[in-house]
Ligand binder design. Structure first.
Ligand code: HPA
Length: 281
């Protein structure tokens, strides 16, 4: 964004954190980031407060339909939660560093577990729209080209300069998610998520490439947030809502409307899965 500082500073993180702490005394344990069309999950949060993202100093406000841009702090299934109803994306013009602000503020407020969700296209031809995919790993495709949220001075009070990513997605949380899905009879694919910059959807050649390098689902978010979370020692569970078949054959048109429409089918399943998980925690 014009005039935006390139890297997040501790002062900016503190400022946003203090603003929220001046509005609520809730000390969230679980953070949640809700992807395109999936914000409905936050409607079940009780005894809380809703804060427009635009009120928080420095917050990267989402400009995209399907992202209502609210921060919801309250109780869900017996856990104190900090829910981001809609997220911001790199393609909106924010720096990678600023995309990580929400996670830094969550960490500063005491969040130990982050549940990230997104809408994603199926690169794996066996995956059907409307279903969920447990993210078992990701490919940091943008990061490989240098676009990392950790680029710039290391915030050593959060974590090390060279954080490990061998278990970006927490094995115990994944095992719990599988159990809940099984018990609630919710289908749960498993696979590797890859983040591209967007905002355009992929060409068939792009998708053949993504499949060849081992991706199962493609989207435009999540990876930066997970990297910031892991840098700060936050445990992560990731779930993609498969919103569309990827255009591998060149005949399948993908639209944002389709992504939001699929969200309606995905939200009830996601609500059940995350509800069960929160009760287990
Ligand atoms: N490609 C990239 N991002 C997406 C898609 C897709 O097909 N669907 C939802 N987000």
């Amino acid at each position: 964004m014009p005039g935006e500082k390139q890297f997040l500073s501790l002062e900016e993180i503190e400022q946003a954190t203090q603003f929220l702490q001046s509005r609520t005394s809730i000390q969230p344990r679980v953070g949640m980031i809700l992807g395109s069309g999936l914000g409905g999950l936050a409607d079940s949060v009780t005894e809380g407060i809703k804060i427009p993202a635009a009120d928080v100093p420095g917050w990267p406000v989402s400009t995209i339909e399907g992202h209502s841009g609210q921060l919801v702090l309250g109780e869900l299934e017996g856990q104190s939660v900090f829910v981001l109803q809609g997220r911001s994306h790199y393609y909106e013009g924010y720096s990678m560093s600023r995309i990580g602000l929400s996670v830094r503020v969550m960490q500063s407020m005491g969040v130990e577990i982050l549940i990230v969700t997104n809408a994603a296209g199926a690169v794996n031809p066996d995956f059907e729209p409307g279903e969920l995919m447990l993210i078992t790993d990701h490919i940091n495709y943008m990061g490989m080209a240098g676009a990392s949220p950790l680029r710039g001075p290391n915030l050593a009070s959060f974590g090390p300069r060279f954080p490990d990513m061998s278990q970006a997605y927490d094995r115990e949380l994944m095992a719990a998610a599988r159990k809940v899905a099984n018990k609630e009879k919710i289908g749960l694919y498993e696979g590797v998520y890859i983040c591209l910059g967007g905002p355009n959807f992929e060409t068939p050649a792009d998708l053949r490439f993504l499949r060849a390098v081992g991706a199962d689902a493609v989207g435009m978010s999540t990876v930066a947030e997970v990297i910031v979370a892991r840098h700060g020692g936050t445990r992560v569970l990731g779930v993609s809502g498969i919103s569309n078949k990827a255009n591998l054959d060149g005949e399948t048109i993908t639209t944002h409307e389709e992504v939001l429409e699929a969200g309606k089918k995905i939200v009830p399943k996601l609500t059940t899965l995350i509800g069960g998980l929160l009760r287990w925690l």
